[in-house]
Design a protein around this ligand. Structure first.
Ligand code: NIG
Ligand code: FE
Length: 411
């Protein structure tokens, strides 16, 4: 099956040989072909170029993209899409003056979601989560990472990870799984953190690895949750089972989580709302991708990740949604890209790079996703008729996606 898209006003993020990621000043460069075509064969990109160089107008399906922009699908490298129910009451409580921390300290927050998930059947959890997967696919996401971490018991963590596996099997987008058993301390372990970590490390982790349920390992390294010492202990155990770290750090306080991530060769360190100079220094010469989650900052009214400081220091940056019931009940990468431009002063080029190729890197998918390159997955967004790609972030809250193509198929 071949599909030929012709008369594309601007084809974004094209490359001849696949790059790993873009860093620093390079992030301001978004390679664009004007008046272009792209040829898809089955699930991959077979050719692309300028219309004047298109010799053969033959394909099983031809799409005329006059006036439209085509770019790679969003790569959302940090989500918690598998959860039960919602936390709309906590949203109202925060409007009425409680903070996210106060809600968590009163037994709400992550523990609230865990309690509900533990009593939700695997089938019901799958059904609730698949609604969100379908929603993000329509919004233009072509690859997504999903974490466990709302189970917090052996059975419930495995249930979450099995749901993620099933979603990956049943939906055309690529889904990567992360084991986040150390997301919060269950109430029974309130005064016995190392006891809970013993269970995570000695009982849950071996089964996660044995059943091949996750590729990555995560921990909420934060004051009041897990310390740097806990983080190092978990990451060491994870690496024995071949799990690569992708960790939650510096959301509310900077306590050295970035350094621990770099030390254990984390693929990414995520959140980074609170960044000290030494945290930025630690990321230099590392292969660890910093990941910003601006929708979380927006929803919780906390600081935004200092993107300018990070990029101007020569570092790369990726953007993701953090879709979860507590801090970010939204999986809209279009909103993330807009918010990064508006609140974090990223240029449209930087934000699009961060949400495509750098997001792909943060999931270990840079060889197959995140750019328009021959041989990569044909995961594309065709926009409405818009004047230029600046219109994508400019039209905040108003999605300009016209059509979504995943692995060569129009969704
Ligand atoms: O990334 N910070 C830790 N975990 C999630 C939120 C969890 C929740 O509130 O349910 C996050 O923001
Ligand atoms: Fe998160």
């Amino acid at each position: 099956m071949t599909t030929l898209i012709i008369n594309i006003k601007e084809l974004l993020q094209v490359e001849n040989s696949p790059k790993e990621m873009v860093c620093g000043k390079e992030m301001k460069i978004l390679p664009v072909l004007k008046n272009a075509f792209i040829l898809i064969e089955n699930d991959v990109i077979n050719d692309f170029g300028e219309m004047k160089d298109l010799s053969n107008l033959i394909a099983d399906k031809i799409i005329d993209a006059t006036g439209r922009i085509v770019h790679p699908s969003w790569c959302d490298s940090h989500t918690h899409i598998v959860y039960a129910g919602n936390r709309e009451q906590e949203f109202v409580d925060r409007i009425n003056g409680l903070t996210y921390e106060e809600i968590a300290n009163n037994g709400g927050g992550i523990l609230n979601s865990a309690k509900l998930l533990q009593t939700t059947s695997e089938e019901e959890l799958y059904n609730q989560s698949s609604v969100r997967i379908e929603e993000v696919i329509k919004l233009g996401t072509g690859a997504v990472e999903i974490k466990s971490g709302y189970g917090l018991t052996l059975e419930a963590e495995l249930k979450m990870l099995r749901v993620i596996k099933k979603l990956n099997k049943n939906y055309p987008i690529t889904i990567k799984a992360t084991f986040l058993g150390a997301h919060a301390l269950p109430l029974e372990f309130k005064n016995n953190k190392s006891g809970y970590l013993d269970i995570v490390i000695n009982e849950i982790l071996p089964l996660v690895a044995k059943e091949n349920l996750a590729e990555f390992i995560d921990i909420f390294c934060e004051t009041g949750y897990f310390s740097v010492e806990d983080t190092e202990r978990l990451l060491k155990a994870g690496s024995k089972h071949g799990l690569i770290p992708k960790i939650h750090v510096n959301q509310f306080t900077a306590i050295g989580g970035v350094q621990a991530g770099v030390k254990y060769k984390a693929l990414s360190v995520d959140h980074l709302e609170e960044m000290r100079d030494e945290d930025i220094e630690a990321l230099k010469n590392a292969k660890t991708m910093p990941v910003a989650l601006p929708s979380c900052s927006f929803f919780l009214s906390i600081p935004y990740t200092p993107a300018r400081k990070i990029i101007d220091a020569g570092l790369p940056l990726a953007l993701a949604t953090d879709y979860n019931p507590g801090s970010t009940p939204s999986g809209n990468m279009n909103f993330v890209v807009s918010t990064a431009c508006i609140k974090m002063k990223m240029t449209p080029e930087e934000a699009i790079n961060a949400a495509t190729i750098n997001g792909a890197y943060a999931m270990g998918l840079e060889k197959t996703h995140g750019s328009i390159c021959i041989g990569k997955k044909a995961n594309l967004i065709i926009t409405e008729q818009i004047p230029s790609y600046n219109f994508i972030p400019y039209s905040f809250g108003n999605n300009k996606t016209y059509q979504v193509i995943i692995e060569g198929k129009v969704i």
